[in-house]
Design a protein around this ligand. Sequence first.
Ligand code: NDP
Length: 461
Amino acid sequence: MSSYDYDLFVIGGGSGGVRGARVAASLGKKVAIAEEYRYGGTCVIRGCVPKKLFVYASQFHEHFEDAAGFGWTVGESSFDWKKLVAAKDAEIARLEGLYKKGLAGANAEILETRAELVDAHTVRLMKTGQTVTAKTIVIATGGRPNPHAALPGHELCISSNEAFHLEELPKSIVIAGGGYIAVEFANIFHGLGVETTLIYRGAEILSRFDADLRRGLHEAMVAKGIRILCHDTLQKVSKAEGGLILETLNSGTLQASVVMLALGRDPNTEGLGLEAAGVAVDERGAVIVDDYSRTNVENIYALGDVTDRVQLTPVAIHEAMCFIETEYKNNPTRPDYELIPTAVFSQPEIGTVGLSEEEAGKRYGELEVYRAQFRPLKATLSGRGERMIMKLIVDAASRKVVGAHILGHDAGEMAQLLGITLKAGCTKDDFDRTMALHPTAAEELVTMYAPSYRIQDGKRI
Ligand code: NDP
């Protein structure tokens, strides 16, 4: 008989925590999981899922416009923000229910309370003050938006958390940042009719993506009417008649109804009792883990955004499954971070897997770059001036495709499938022998027979 109350105690009911708790419980372990806010975590409650629902909502005005080219006359349309928020909330509540149902079905104990570590095996349930013990503890408390406290007036700004529950749709918004969240929300708000400005400190938005896609998306967003200010930052935000006044480094004074900061996310470790348990964190407050997600304390693991490895839901889930293998199946398994497909749900969308041209240029002596830019079939009748970009980066020596990048409709869906081919180590010859599926946009990926250009020692030739 174990001398602990539980075999496993999980702190945090997000993607990683719930998966770890549910699977451990289904293996017959005595498991409890504690969540202080809502089950589902950032992804379900105020991240990926509601964001994608907002993306769909923001695309309809273009669908209505495009319809005319196909013979449709669409009557007067209007948009009701409150109705969207309510519908989204109902769906999120349903999903939260499913998360809890899954846990309960596996016999995990669901605790609706904040939990803090007291020592390496003891957790305090903050709602009641009760302490419980566990043989193994998993920290999966996720992250939160960086408040950018150094910015005078930061308290007047919102983050993505609040963007999901604004009372009213603002007339205008300035979004600071050039990453996933800033770019996705700039497109959402613009699509819903909000006058939108993006302000980003660097030379081009989405710094970790392929330059072609970054440039292509920037141009497409500007063509839609989104203002993008690069090489610029917010210096001060203050209240003004009917909104906010913003001082910027290079663009003078701006006005907006709402300012949203999307400047990265910080690990949620404050006040968690990590010191009391002896768990080490890095300078950003992220829990330090080894290759198997184990902290410096033998029986304590950490998963997902709280470890600041790769801040993506499927990665947290994968880390949880590896934890299960390691801890409960006698099969030490390291999470695999190679070739993670990713999408930016911008409009047009970005879907990508593998190395950007720039990164590949640093790693391989010679590359072949296959690039196509074309007008998608739907845009011929709709008259929309959009262009798709598809790009394959091929290591000339091995013929392996080391990067695949798409800008355009359904880029995320395509990137998921391309992820399989790259993971399988497919070569360009495998792509060439694959029959095209006509008429699709994706057929372009298997019909780019001659390289558009080559890169030798990092230089285009
Ligand atoms: P990102 O890391 O993607 O972007 C942060 C942005 O803020 C970057 O443009 C960065 O600039 C800028 N920035 C950081 N610090 C400062 C500063 N002090 N002053 C000015 N600019 C600054 O973070 P997000 O907040 O957009 O998203 C958080 C994470 O959530 C992402 O990393 C992603 O993993 C995940 N996510 C994934 C989504 C998806 O899969 N579709 C959607 C949304 C989020 P620079 O580039 O110059 O460093």
